[in-house]
Design a protein around this ligand. Structure first.
Ligand SMILES: O=C(CO)[C@H](O)[C@H](O)COP(=O)(O)O
Length: 150
């Protein structure tokens, strides 16, 4: 499985930390940009990632902007893209096994506060989840999270 990744300038700094962590873990990823926190026209990266996800087999996408909302809206204009906005593990799991999502969108302004480890846990949960057409796996994950909290 290949992961095509992109961000806008508002997310650039935190996004780069996530890309470094994913690269260190050995994921097959392509970072399409942006290339700095000052670059103009950050919106185009959702389109670049979306088109690659549609044209390349066994490929998923990861997009980050300040909130993730603009990325999800832009990516979802492309037929065949099911981009979901997540800030937590359970929605990330459900977005795959219930909604068959093919791009994970998130927000640097929210996730940086939660921390890199938390963000990576959400991304891992999303990467390892598969489409089943039900929400049972997500509910099992929720029970597991509840049991950890107690
Ligand atoms: O979260 C976003 C869109 O949903 C953007 O990252 C945020 O609004 C910043 O954009 P700009 O730098 O154009 O003001």
């Amino acid at each position: 499985m290949k992961l095509i990744c992109g961000c806008d300038p508002a997310a650039f700094k935190f996004y780069k930390r996530v890309i470094k962590a994913l690269t260190n873990e050995g994921y097959d990823l392509e970072d399409v940009g942006c290339k700095s926190s000052h670059e103009a026209d950050g919106g185009k990266f959702a389109e670049i990632v979306g088109n690659k996800v549609i044209s390349d087999k066994d490929t998923y996408g990861f997009l980050m902007c300040g909130t993730g909302q603009g990325m999800a809206m832009s990516a979802n204009k492309i037929p065949g893209i099911r981009a979901t906005l997540c800030y937590d593990v359970l929605p990330a799991v459900l977005s795959k096994n219930d909604n068959n999502g093919n791009i994970l969108c998130t927000g640097a302004w929210m996730m940086e506060k939660k921390g890199l480890d938390y963000t990576m846990a959400m991304i891992h949960a999303w990467l390892f989840s598969e489409y089943t057409g039900t929400h049972e796996d997500g509910m099992a994950a929720l029970k597991h999270l509840d049991s950890i909290k107690q």
